[in-house]
Design a protein around this ligand. Structure first.
Ligand SMILES: Cc1ncc(C[n+]2csc(CCOP(=O)(O)OP(=O)(O)O)c2C)c(N)n1
Length: 565
């Protein structure tokens, strides 16, 4: 039996878990682990900030479906991870973060670079551990990977003291996890029959499809169900990709910046079948007036999400694919002609107002940039969007047809997510065309990772929609604070020079006719390209449901003739 140091055991465990790449940043308390790393076949990516490491691990996990791994030292290294961990937590992303901790003899003494990181991250991890004995490292890491991916996935932090890394013990990789098994019971027949009955009775059903469908791999079941019952499918932001955007039954995104016709359908529905989604406030608007006429079936793996926000008539607790498999034999074809016709009418009205139906009067409009990106890439790129208006335009105008092709921070809405996450995506899918879509504000938050791309020789294309504002906040100020633009005008570096300073190519685009050639040039370039699109500064995202307002009280896109554009 091999006698190994704790530091070696860490890497033995990672190799056994199938980890090929980790993202991190070294420091004193994690030095033993970094030293041992050189003897193991795991690629380490030195990000420029620990937040970047966590977002990269997160992007890797979202694009691959595997567990992402990030490593940092104690104290400031660990606290720099907090935003990335919270981002993964709110979006149910499987991740293991390993942090070094001060020696166990000085724990609790405010030693140099000591922070109680298990305390700090308790509310934002699925689970976390402090390991002070070398014998506990292997069982703990094994359990951490299990917890991260089991059931509803999430981030797990393992904090390991420096003395535990230096100490030696026999290495045996555990084969079992000693945790109480959460029984996945089949849904009782009576409940399934009731669901089938509600579905058969419905005249105006809508499926609300969320991230849980992706996590469970229930895309085929969703499509079969929707087609057999002719039920339209509205998507959450993280549900984008689980149902093809161009499918006739696809309503696109719902909620605050969802399509008006999707929200109208939800409000008029007599049955909502929610699958792997959690009725987030960005989806529902005012709960008191949310879809008032509908009965609600909720298919959800995490029982604590059921009836948390919205009254549910029939919960079906379990993995989305499993529950839908059980339900399918009881479901009969339903045409729903009148309902689909009604929705088509609403859809036509929405399209007539669409900004991309507007005649190009030379102005550079962000939705048109995104639509051109979709056309140029044939919809086949993986787009990693940041947060703000850029994120919503991406969700509205890039028509995703496959799962794991939109990577974005949904629940936490973390500005600065896109660039580091895209690095992780590129490691997960080296052959994929990866685009970052970011605003000028969010991009500046983690722009240092441009140099990590350089060090790793990674090719990513980056589209910065530079409107000179923290655009989404400016929009709220325009709509709700009488255009008093407090702290939202923002300057930027010369992004072309910035790209060049980091050893990449930069392109500036100021006119509509330059958009396509720039996108094509970026696609053909072997290295990373940053395109700065100087877009209209005060363009807003429509439609919009004001925060907390009724879902049907949307601020619609203005009718173009009326506003004289
Ligand atoms: C870390 C972080 N800080 C603040 C916010 C609040 N916030 C949401 S959107 C936004 C503006 C984003 O501006 P920009 O990145 O330029 O993108 P745009 O909206 O213009 O596309 C801000 C400040 C946030 N989401 N995340």
């Amino acid at each position: 039996m091999a006698i190994l140091t704790g530091a070696q055991i860490i890497w033995e465990c990672l190799v056994r878990e199938g980890v090929e790449v980790v993202f991190g940043y070294p420091g004193g308390t994690i030095l033993p682990a970094y030293d041992a790393m050189l003897d193991y076949p795991v690629h380490h990516v030195l990000t420029r900030h620990e937040q970047g490491a966590t977002h990269a691990a997160d992007g890797y996990a979202r694009a691959s479906g595997k567990v992402g791994v990030a490593i940092a030292t104690s104290g400031p290294g660990a606290t720099n991870m907090v935003t990335g961990i919270a981002t993964a937590m709110l979006d149910s992303v499987p991740m293991v973060c390993i942090t070094g901790q001060v020696g166990s003899s000085v724990l609790g003494s405010d030693a140099f670079q000591e922070v109680d990181v298990t305390g700090v991250t308790l509310p934002i991890t699925k689970h976390n551990y402090l390991v002070t004995h070398v014998e506990d490292i292997a069982p703990t890491l094994h359990e951490a990977f299990y917890v991260a991916r089991e059931g509803r996935p999430g981030p797990v932090l393992v904090d390991i003291t420096k003395d535990a890394q230096n100490a030696k013990t026999e290495f045996v990789y555990p084969t079992q996890v000693h945790l109480p098994k959460r029984a996945t019971k089949p849904i009782p027949e009576a409940q399934l029959a009731r669901a089938a009955d509600m579905i058969a009775q419905a005249k105006r059903p809508v499926i609300l499809a969320g991230h849980g469908i992706l996590l469970s791999g229930a895309m085929r079941q969703l499509r079969e169900f929707a087609e057999r019952t002719q039920t339209p499918v509205a998507l959450t932001l993280l549900g984008i990709g689980v149902f093809p955007r161009e499918h006739p039954l696809c309503l696109g995104m719902m909620g605050m910046h969802g399509e008006a016709y999707a929200n109208r359908a939800v409000q008029a529905a007599d049955l909502l079948i929610a699958v792997g989604m959690r009725f987030d406030d960005r989806v529902t608007g005012n709960l008191k007036t949310y879809s008032p006429l509908s009965k609600k079936i909720h298919i959800e793996i995490d029982p604590s999400e059921v009836a948390k926000n919205v009254h549910v008539d029939l919960p079906l607790i379990g993995d989305a694919a499993g529950v839908m498999n059980q339900l399918m034999p009881l479901i009969h074809p339903e045409p729903h002609h009148d309902w689909l016709e009604q929705i088509d009418e609403w859809r036509d009205d929405t399209r007539a107002r669409d900004i991309i139906a507007r005649d190009g009067d030379g102005k550079l409009l962000p939705p048109q940039v995104i639509r051109d990106l979709w056309k140029a890439t044939n919809g086949d790129a993986i787009v990693v969007s940041d947060v703000g208006q850029n994120q919503m335009w991406e969700a509205q105008y890039y028509l995703h047809s496959a799962p794991r092709t939109l990577i974005t921070s949904g629940g936490l809405g973390t500005m600065g997510f896109a660039l580091p996450a895209a690095m992780g995506v590129k490691f997960a899918r080296p052959d994929a065309e990866v685009w970052v879509v970011a605003g000028d504000g969010g991009f500046q938050m983690t722009q240092a990772e441009l140099q990590t791309l350089r060090q790793e020789g990674l090719k990513i294309n980056i589209a910065i929609l530079n409107n000179g504002f923290l655009g989404m906040v400016r929009q709220w100020q325009e709509f709700f604070y009488k255009r008093r633009y407090a702290a939202t005008p923002i300057t930027s570096p010369d992004f072309v020079k910035l790209a060049e300073a980091h050893g990449h190519t930069g392109i500036l685009v100021t006119k509509q006719e330059e958009v396509m050639p720039a996108i094509q040039a970026a696609r053909e370039n072997a290295g990373t390209v940053v395109i700065e699109f100087r877009v209209e500064s005060e363009e807003s995202v429509y439609p919009m449901v004001p925060a907390g307002a009724d879902l049907h009280a949307m601020i619609r896109r203005p009718i173009l003739e009326q506003i004289g554009k």
